[in-house]
Design a protein around this ligand. Structure first.
Ligand SMILES: [Zn+2]
Length: 381
């Protein structure tokens, strides 16, 4: 296999401590430095940085960097959005489930950067609504909320974050005893929901609210008392509230749930997630085992939903539009799916929202302190 790409020019040095990492000037900062042959990627061009004299290759910039096997990225996306479990797909293409997990994790990072680039300079053009979508990881003794910020007109997801909650609701005596036993070794940190709502909803809204073209932005939530505290408790958002740029409105969750309900967009996203993601289907037997992996899947799904899914499935042919178009996202930040997608490796940036930093570093706490899943060092390079 010969995959050498003579047209490729490295965009920057791959070492963060090198001056050519952030601001490479022209094409004179590197030299071509031979090739090497690999089983998975064919012949790969190497380069040498003229400033730090270290070498790197075309593969260093590839989403398949260090991968031993290539799997079509579009197929991985299909797994996520068509209610297929990782294991079912792994059996189908005859690889191990962990291979699918690793690929999903990469695609999640790619999606995080893609989404970040779309909303960093976005001028918000619509009201928004937010809610927590209930789900569980490992077993129903570990429920949690995916807190989601969605555009009221476009159903474009702007921000999301996950936190565990204490199991509530009706339980048998045996279940109560089991919960007590679990809580002897692992308890939900205090204020977990409030902090998560701030990371997933308040912080992205504060950024979007400061760049809005509207006179005022209404954020609709249900009457959960913590949501109000979380929103007003966020410093950057509190100033937008006091200036009247952001207004918080609550809606009774018992109100009829139709398109006129101000919470329609989050109710719609709840339905989409339950329908499309195998690990959130009600009474599922395909639930997630690990919170970071669960959010990787969620991230890939939400970003695909934002950019790929039609705004209304029943729209007449030619009238179809997408959620990102309705939201007014700048077209130059959205990749045309027909022109090479899923090729370039994403790089960590300190500009990420806190929720994405946590997800990138796989720092969502796991029940009972189960060890952090090992992640290759190059993701923080
Ligand atoms: Zn360098």
């Amino acid at each position: 296999m010969d995959t050498i790409d003579n047209t490729f020019l490295p965009p920057h040095c791959t070492y963060r401590d090198c001056s050519q990492f952030h601001t490479p000037v022209g094409n004179t900062w590197f030299l071509k430095c031979g090739t090497h042959s690999t089983k998975a990627h064919g012949i790969v061009q190497r380069f040498r940085c003229r400033h730090c004299h270290r070498t790197f290759s075309r593969q260093t910039f590839d989403l398949d960097f260090c991968a031993k096997k290539r799997i079509n990225w579009q197929d991985i996306c299909s797994v996520v959005k068509n209610s297929i479990s990782d294991r079912a797909f792994a059996r189908y293409i005859q690889v191990s489930p962990s291979t699918v997990g690793h690929k999903l994790s990469r695609l999640s990072k790619w999606s995080q950067l893609y989404h970040h680039q779309q909303i960093i300079d976005h001028n918000l053009q619509e009201n928004v609504c937010a809610d927590g979508i209930e789900t569980f990881v490992t077993s129903q003794f570990y429920p949690g909320h995916v807190n989601l910020l969605v555009g009221s007109e476009s159903q474009f997801s702007y921000g999301w974050d996950f936190c565990f909650l204490r199991r509530k609701g009706r339980m048998t005596n045996a279940q109560k005893a089991k919960r007590a036993q679990i809580e002897m070794t692992w308890k939900i940190p205090r204020g977990a929901l409030k902090k998560s709502f701030q990371r997933g909803v308040a912080k992205p809204l504060a950024k979007l609210g400061s760049q809005t073209i509207l006179e005022k932005v209404i954020i609709n939530t249900d009457e959960h008392p913590l949501y109000s505290k979380a929103l007003t408790g966020d410093k950057s958002l509190a100033s937008l509230f006091s200036e009247g740029i952001c207004i918080h409105q609550t809606v009774n969750s018992k109100d009829h749930r139709d398109t006129n309900n101000p919470l329609f967009s989050v109710n719609y996203m709840d339905r989409e997630i339950r329908k499309d993601l195998a690990n959130h289907v009600r009474e599922t037997t395909r639930h997630s085992q690990e919170p970071n992996m669960m959010m990787d899947r969620m991230t890939v799904y939400l970003v695909q939903h934002n950019t790929e899914k039609r705004f209304r499935i029943k729209a007449p042919k030619g009238m179809g539009t997408k959620h990102w178009i309705v939201a007014g996202i700048k077209p130059e930040t959205v990749i045309n799916p027909r022109k090479g997608k899923f090729r370039e490796r994403p790089w960590f940036t300190e500009d990420f929202e806190e929720s994405f930093k946590i997800l990138w570093k796989r720092e969502i706490p796991r029940p009972h302190g189960t060890p952090k899943r090992i992640q290759a060092n190059f993701w923080m390079a």
